[in-house]
Structure formats: structure tokens, C-alpha cells
Design a protein around this ligand. Structure first.
Ligand SMILES: C[S@@+](CC[C@H](N)C(=O)[O-])C[C@H]1O[C@@H](n2cnc3c(N)ncnc32)[C@H](O)[C@@H]1O
Length: 637
């Protein structure tokens, strides 16, 4: 049927009840003739309403009319949303159409997956050495660490990536099993999966971790909370009721977290904590945390900025975290100031707060000087029933104090000193000014959780384009996750706890999964737009990373890794085999990799994953689902 035929049907449908004259009809039709050769039958179209009635064609016309009215009504009522679709960027990816309210039938239908069978035929070897099963390429580069001139500022705990990415595969520890499921895993994990017992001995008095038959058990103790972490978090909130865990304070950073029981228990109060600590003598602490299903990463307060955004965190916590906050004129504290949102808190529980020996007094006095110079105020200082002391500082919400300082030391950072993304950037000796919007208004505190997840993030630029992009991105992810990811890709979501989004954007993927018992590490790659503060504004966590290098995590720490349109940019700088080896390292056996990308990328990645003995399935020519197996080279599988 040509365009003019359709037009006729439309006109008859919409205008059929109008007294259409022969003349008006001919005029209109004449302007819209078919682009095909002349067909005398087209003249049959040239009929008036009178003729239609005479020729008794009206029953079929009436049927069309009713049909078209139904279609029109459906069109205006079904609320179809055609959202901005990043697939538009890739010519060989079919754009997806999402419906904001899919029928239950639609949701239940899994997409048809085709097994991907091409194999890259690569010969793999296991990583060697006593640490091979726990290998972290950028933290275990002993040659580079040995060559360091100094370790005074924890340089040996910072990243030192090998010049070329390793191509070996990490072996499994003997007896490795599918990890204990959340929420049981918060309290106990398989000993065989992380067979390290130093902390059982060293921290026996403090109840960090206990060995019990085949399990390691975590009773919820810590250096500053021998009476249990629940008692301790209650004590913090009683000390400063404005904290309101899970409502006012949603995003926390726990510096020097130990086995991350602080963050693990705060999850019950709807608080998400990014727990971090270095790979140091507190053997496997972060490995324990991740095996427990608690958000955590390896990082250190040393000479470089942390890979977290400016002005994003609601509260930073340090319980005896062994950081010399006042060192180098207070640079580590300037770094906390950078990361805290205006009005955010620093809760510090350590001996200088409540002990009076000379060393502690000296540290306390230095803290007073530096925190005052940054315009922080002490909002609470107290002792709990067990004699543990706590001080809570607050970052200012107004710039007036900066201007009123007698000396501008530390100075406010100027724009030229600022590098947006903190990635291998040195700690700075200036403090960042408070963020303001385009009209010069100071940035406000986010809405209470959970409203902040879907409301306008305070750091979003106020121009309307930014708002439109943000909200249509959220709709896009909400539709895609419910239409495709949740039911269409044959993923057993009940087995998924630790999720990594390699290219998080505004964390639309994580937001769309918020009702599942999992957490997402939202990674903003260093060459993508910096959306990380917005992610924190939403009440979620994440960090910067360059996927041409290895991530600061132990092997087998994520259940699902997601990458949406990441590889095109990435592969301009690095090799797909290296990226695949890294994903294989951080994924648990049975874990999933879900990639949405062009067929060009899928055809490169699929064969490499197959050569790793993964199962690989392709959906709709744009979603690749890879599932890692228990296979390892050189092992009887
Ligand atoms: C005594 S433990 C306290 C652990 C935990 N906060 C608790 O209360 O149970 C000290 C912690 O600080 C960490 N740590 C030491 N130096 C650090 C640094 N420079 N940056 C971050 N964490 C550090 C250690 O790895 C360890 O996790």
C-alpha cells in the first residue's frame, strides 16, 4: 500500500463523518499521488461519500474507521515512552523501544538467546607464585615497590601497575565453593574461599573474626566497638541526632575499615558505606568484606587523592584508622574536606580524642589547628559507656568563614589547580571552595533517602538540558532493566550480591536494581564525563577507574559485571584480551558479565570469553551474557 492509500484511509477515518465534497477530495488526493507508475485503478479512489454509500462499501469503511479510532485512542493512552537510547550511537545496533508499563505477559517472556560459539583459541596459563590465587596486579608489583625511594607516606600501598598487563589466570584456592548467600554471608563465609587466619589471632580480643569449623564467623566486633557495632552506631546517632542514619546520612566512607563490619551493619539502617583499607598487615581484610557481600575496596590515604569525587560523601568515619591526619600540614584532612559534601561530617574515634598522654595530646592539638584552619566545627565530642571517645566535625555550609580567616592558610584552590577526576593526582595543599550553581547559590543537601535516588541531584547543572538528559537517562534504564535485564537475559538474580557497573553514567542501572538485595560499585571511567558526584548525590557509591589497568580488588569479588557501551572508547587505548583477563579475575566462578554493545565489539569479545571456557549467549544482536565457569588452566576441571 502506498503512502497516499494510507492517507486516504486516515482521512476517511478521521474526516469520514464530515461532508466531504468531490472537489475537496480530488484536490487533496492530487497533491499526494503515489510515487509508482500510474495505475488507472487509483481512479477508483476518487469517490465521494455519496458514491461510497451508493456502492455499499460502507461496511468495510466503517470497520476501518472503528479500527483507526481504536488505534488513535491506544496511541494516546498507552503512554509509550521513546527514550534517549545510547544505541543510537552505534550504527549496527538496533534501537530499542521501551514501554514504561509493560504488561505482565511481556515481562515474563525471556528473550531468545543464541549461543555464541566462536572461540579465539588462546592458550592460557595459570598465574604462578604463592600469592597467585589472590593476585592484584597493581598492588602486588613487588619489583616496583622494592624500587621505591621512601615508604614514609604509604607509597608502598599505592598503585604500581606492571608495565604490561599480565595474561595469566588466577587459580582457585583449594576447596573453593560458591560463596555463602547474602544475608547469611554478612556473618559467616567459607574458610576455604579466603583461607587466612592472621586476623583471627591478632584481633581475638576485639572480636573481628573467629574460625568455626569450615567457616570464618564475623561477630560484629572492631577496635572501637568491642561491644558490637550496633551499639556503636547507635552511640554515634545519640551523640548527634541530626545524623538520622538512612534518612539524612545515606552515603558513608569508612577509612581503615578492618573487616567492614561498620558498613555491613549500617546496611540494615539503609546506609551505604564505601569501606576501604590498604592491602597491609591486616591480612585479607577487604577480601573478607567482599566475600561477606559488603561494599569495599582497596585504597589508602597516602600521597595521592582518593578516587572518589568532590563534595559527594555525607559522612566520613575513622575508628583508629591509623592515618596521620595532621601530617604534611594537614593534607590528608584537606582530602577529606574535598570528598565531604558541604555540611558533611567527619566522625573520628581514636585515642587522641579521649586519652591524655603526651603523644595523644600533641595529635589532638594539631587536629584542632588544622580543622579550625579549614573552618570545620566540632559539633559533638563525647565518651561512651565503655570509655571510647568520639568527636564529630562538620564541614561548613557557607563560605563566610573562609573569607574571615586571618590568614588564608590553607588557601582555597583555584580553578587552574583543579583536575576534575582524581586519578593518580597528588594530594593538594589547598582546600576546594564550596560548590555553587550557575546562579551562584550554594549547593544544597540532598533530599532525605530514598527521595534523593530519583529527585534532582544537587550537583546537576541547573540548565534544563542537564535535567532532561538526567531524567530521560533514568527512564531509559528503568525500562531497559525491567524489559530486558531482569527477565530477558536468563540471569539468576537471586545469586547476585556484588555488582560492578564498569561504565555507570548517572548510575541508572544501579537505580533500576534498587529493590534487589544487591549493591553496585558504580565506576566512572576516567575518559568519560564525570558523573560521580551526581551518583553520590543519588545516595549510591562508586569510584573512578581506568579499565586499561587492573582494578583495586581481590580476585573473585563480584557476582555480576556490567558494561554498557564502554568498549568502543576503551579499545582505542588498550587490548580487549587484557580487559577480558581482568574481568575474569574479578568475577566469581558462576558470575555473569553482561555487555550491551555493537556486534563489532561483541564479535571481538565473545571469542576471547569462549576461550576462557565461559558460556556466552547473544540476545537481540546487542546483549552478550557471559558466564564464568570453574575452569582454570592446568587444573583437573
Ligand atoms: C586498628 S585497625 C581499625 C579497623 C576498624 N576501623 C575497627 O575499628 O575495627 C586500623 C585500620 O586502618 C587501616 N589503615 C592503616 N593505615 C591506613 C591509611 N593510611 N589509609 C587508610 N587506612 C589505613 C588498616 O588497614 C586497618 O584497617
Amino acid at each position: 500500500m502506498c503512502q497516499s492509500d494510507l492517507r486516504i484511509l486516515w482521512e476517511v477515518g478521521i474526516l469520514g463523518l464530515l461532508p466531504l465534497t468531490d472537489t475537496t477530495y480530488y484536490q487533496y488526493h492530487g497533491m499526494h499521488s503515489c510515487n509508482t507508475t500510474f495505475d488507472p485503478r487509483a481512479n477508483l479512489m476518487a469517490i465521494s461519500v455519496k458514491n461510497l454509500l451508493k456502492e455499499r462499501k460502507y461496511p468495510s469503511i466503517l470497520t476501518f474507521l472503528v479500527f483507526l479510532i481504536c488505534i488513535t485512542i491506544l496511541f494516546f493512552t498507552n503512554n509509550a515512552t521513546y527514550t534517549i537510547d545510547p544505541t543510537g550511537f552505534y550504527p549496527d545496533v538496533k534501537p530499542l523501544v521501551h514501554f514504561s508499563s509493560p504488561t505482565p505477559e511481556r515481562q515474563k517472556l525471556p528473550l531468545k538467546g543464541e549461543p555464541f560459539l566462536l572461540d579465539a583459541n588462546i592458550v592460557w596459563n595459570p598465574c604462578k607464585g604463592p600469592l597467585a590465587a589472590d593476585y592484584i596486579p597493581c598492588l602486588d608489583n613487588f619489583k616496583a615497590i622494592k624500587a621505591l625511594k621512601t615508604r614514609r607516606h604509604m607509597e608502598h600501598r599505592e598503585r604500581h601497575c606492571p608495565p604490561s598487563s599480565p595474561h595469566c589466570l588466577v587459580p582457585l584456592p583449594k576447596g573453593y565453593k560458591v560463596p555463602v548467600k547474602w544475608p547469611k554471608s554478612r556473618d559467616m563465609i567459607w574458610y576455604d574461599n579466603v583461607p587466612h587466619t592472621k586476623l583471627v589471632e591478632y584481633k581475638k580480643e576485639q572480636n573481628w573474626v573467629v574460625k568455626s569449623e569450615n567457616y570464618l564467623v564475623f561477630p560484629g566486633g572492631g577496635t572501637q566497638f568491642k561491644d558490637g557495632v550496633d551499639h556503636y552506631t547507635r552511640f554515634i546517632e545519640e551523640t548527634l541526632p541530626a545524623i538520622e542514619w538512612g534518612k539524612n546520612i545515606r552515603v558513608v566512607l569508612d577509612v581503615g575499615c578492618g573487616v567492614a563490619s561498620f558498613g555491613g551493619y549500617l546496611l540494615d539502617k539503609n546506609v551505604i558505606t564505601m569501606s576501604f583499607a590498604p592491602k597491609d598487615e591486616h591480612e585479607a581484610q577487604i577480601q573478607f568484606a567482599l566475600e561477606r557481600g559488603i561494599p569495599a575496596t582497596l585504597s589508602v590515604i597516602g600521597t595521592q587523592k582518593l578516587t572518589f569525587p568532590d563534595n559527594g560523601v555525607d559522612l566520613i568515619h575513622c575508628a583508629r584508622c591509623r592515618v596521620h591526619w595532621d601530617a604534611d600540614g594537614g593534607k590528608p584532612l584537606f582530602e577529606l574536606n574535598r570528598i565531604l559534601r558541604p555540611g558533611g561530617y567527619f566522625a573520628w574515634s581514636a585515642t587522641p580524642v579521649y586519652r591524655d598522654d603526651e603523644r595523644d595530646r600533641k595529635v589532638w592539638n594539631a587536629m584542632v589547628t588544622v580543622t579550625k584552619s579549614m573552618c570545620w566545627t566540632v559539633v559533638a565530642k563525647t565518651l561512651d559507656s565503655s570509655g571510647i571517645g568520639l568527636v564529630i566535625y562538620q564541614k561548613p555550609t557557607s563560605s563566610s568563614c573562609y573569607q574571615e580567616r586571618k590568614e588564608s592558610t590553607p588557601p582555597l584552590c583555584e580553578n587552574k589547580d583543579r583536575k576534575n577526576i582524581s586519578w593518580y593526582a597528588k594530594l593538594s595543599s589547598c582546600i576546594i571552595p564550596l560548590p555553587v550553581d550557575a546562579s551562584g547559590n550554594l549547593q544544597r543537601w540532598p533530599m532525605p533517602w530514598p527521595l534523593r535516588l530519583t529527585g534532582t541531584p544537587p550537583s546537576l547543572s541547573i540548565d534544563s538540558d542537564a535535567g532532561d538528559t538526567f531524567f530521560s537517562n533514568s527512564r531509559h534504564w528503568s525500562d531497559l532493566v525491567s524489559d530486558v535485564y531482569r527477565d530477558g537475559l536468563s540471569i539468576n538474580w537471586s545469586s547476585v550480591r556484588n555488582v560492578m557497573d564498569m561504565n555507570a553514567g548517572y548510575a541508572g542501572f544501579a537505580t533500576a536494581l534498587i529493590d534487589l538485595p544487591l549493591w553496585v560499585m558504580n565506576v566512572v571511567p576516567i575518559d568519560m564525563p564525570d558523573t560521580l558526584t551526581t551518583i553520590f548525590d543519588r545516595g549510591l557509591i562508586g569510584m573512578y577507574h581506568d579499565w586499561c589497568e587492573s582494578f583495586n580488588t581481590y580476585p573473585r569479588t563480584y557476582d555480576l559485571v556490567h558494561a554498557s557501551f564502554l568498549f568502543k572508547h576503551l579499545l582505542q587505548r588498550c587490548d580487549i584480551v587484557n580487559v577480558a583477563v581482568e574481568i575474569d579475575r574479578i568475577l566469581r566462578p558462576n558470575g555473569y558479565l553482561v555487555v550491551q554493545d555493537s556486534m563489532e565489539i561483541i564479535n571481538k569479545l565473545g571469542p576471547v570469553l569462549r576461550s576462557l571456557h565461559w558460556s556466552v549467549t547473544l540476545y537481540q544482536n546487542q546483549f552478550l551474557v557471559g558466564r564464568k565457569s570453574f575452569w582454570r588452566p592446568g587444573r583437573r576441571n
